[in-house]
Design a protein around this ligand. Structure first.
Ligand SMILES: Cc1ncc(COP(=O)(O)O)c(C=O)c1O
Length: 370
């Protein structure tokens, strides 16, 4: 071995394997020390969580399932797959499950993306999109939102010969806006059949417009569509990590091949099964959250804040350069919201008490200049 080679590739004690170069473009996750307990009550309005704890029936299921925590789950959650198939009226072979829908994104990356493929998505949108794309060695093609809404014409124009996938967040995180079924279908008609479209419907249950798209209806006629949903938001099981996708058999089978074996744990599967059984009660909570969303938005508008219409469980305040200042001030009052520097604030709709506190804070804060 030449001296030069030795210098570039250290061997022996102290040498470490080099991670794949694409990981250099992905933010590092550094575990933080546990935060000291907050002084006074604080409200988590920064992760679009459901503010309500599990229903007693779900908590009882979890307690019962905990006594079997020494047993492996099935390789993929078979009972949940069949229950979802019945609920959605789709063949079980069209279902994919994963540890949250973010888990399924990784399966999509492994199953469909090759280095150098292009992935088109709007920006700003769900922050996992650039990570999943880069992790696969694929190239992000980010298409700016227009007024906080997907610019579907610009996205269609961004699709080229190297495009392998389009990621579409409907309604969009973080802006809360939706394009609706009619525009979405016109866009889907423009996407070549060999380009995968991932329709991310994490907030589907909160969408109230009469023109709301339904990916589970759309995928039946479209072999290139994958619809993603989750138990994390409307079903209030973010801590359990269960998401699912619906796609026609060839894509669904490819995604199931890339699932982490036993990636949905026993407790997670049992909790999701019970949540489906008591879905009516959970969807009543969703109604309450939607009503609170509208009440809070109207009140913020009345106070002079700009707030986009939302079809999700959060509100987007385009506060621009003031975003971080406002978030820091509200944090001191126990309201933990998410600032997107120089863009805006994403505020989860919380309990009525948390939303009232937010309104008090908003009243006592100077709104950003428009
Ligand atoms: C658009 C979107 N997709 C997916 C997810 C992830 O959900 P899960 O908890 O199922 O991984 C989120 C979470 O915030 C989201 O906003």
């Amino acid at each position: 071995m030449s001296p030069t080679t030795t210098a570039q590739t250290p061997t022996g004690p102290g040498a470490a394997p080099a991670p794949r170069p694409v990981l250099a473009g992905i933010p590092a996750y550094v575990p933080k020390p546990p935060a000291p307990p907050a002084e006074g009550p604080s409200h988590r309005l920064f992760l679009n969580e459901n503010p309500y704890p599990p229903l007693p029936s779900v908590a009882e299921t979890l307690a019962r399932a905990a006594t079997e925590a020494h047993l492996y789950p099935t390789i993929q959650p078979e009972r949940l797959t069949h229950a979802l198939a019945r609920r959605l009226d789709v063949p079980p072979a069209h279902l994919v499950t994963g540890p949250g829908s973010v888990g399924i994104y990784q399966q999509i990356g492994q199953a469909l993306l090759e280095p150098g493929d292009e992935v088109v998505y709007a920006w700003t949108s769900f922050e996992a999109y650039p990570i999943v794309t880069r992790m696969a060695g694929a190239v992000p093609v980010e298409v700016p939102l227009a007024g906080g809404v997907h610019d579907l014409d610009a996205m269609a124009a961004a699709i080229g010969p190297r495009t392998r996938a389009v990621l579409l967040c409907e309604p969009n995180n973080p802006t809360g806006t939706a394009v609706g079924a009619a525009r979405l279908e016109r866009f889907l008609d423009r996407v070549p059949g060999d380009v995968l479209v991932v329709l991310d419907e994490a907030y589907f249950e909160f969408h109230r417009s009469p023109d709301a798209a339904d990916g589970v209806a759309l995928y039946r006629e479209r072999p290139n569509l994958v619809t993603l949903r989750t138990f994390s938001k409307a079903y209030g099981l973010a801590g359990m990590r269960v998401g699912y996708a619906v796609a026609q058999a060839p894509i669904a089978e490819a995604l199931r091949k890339c699932a982490v074996p036993c990636g949905v744990g026993r407790l997670a599967e049992e909790a999701a099964l019970t949540a489906l059984e008591v879905e009516g009660e959970l969807l009543e909570r969703v109604e309450r959250i939607v009503a609170e969303r509208e009440r809070t938005r109207e009140a913020l508008l009345g106070l002079g804040w700009e707030v986009l219409p939302s079809e999700t469980n959060f509100l987007w305040l385009p506060a621009g350069r003031d975003a971080e200042r406002v978030a820091a001030g509200w944090e001191r009052r126990g309201l933990l919201v998410r600032a997107f520097p120089d863009e805006g604030l994403r505020v989860t709709v919380g309990t009525p008490e948390a939303n009232d506190l937010l309104l008090t804070a908003a009243k006592e804060t100077v709104p950003p200049a428009r």
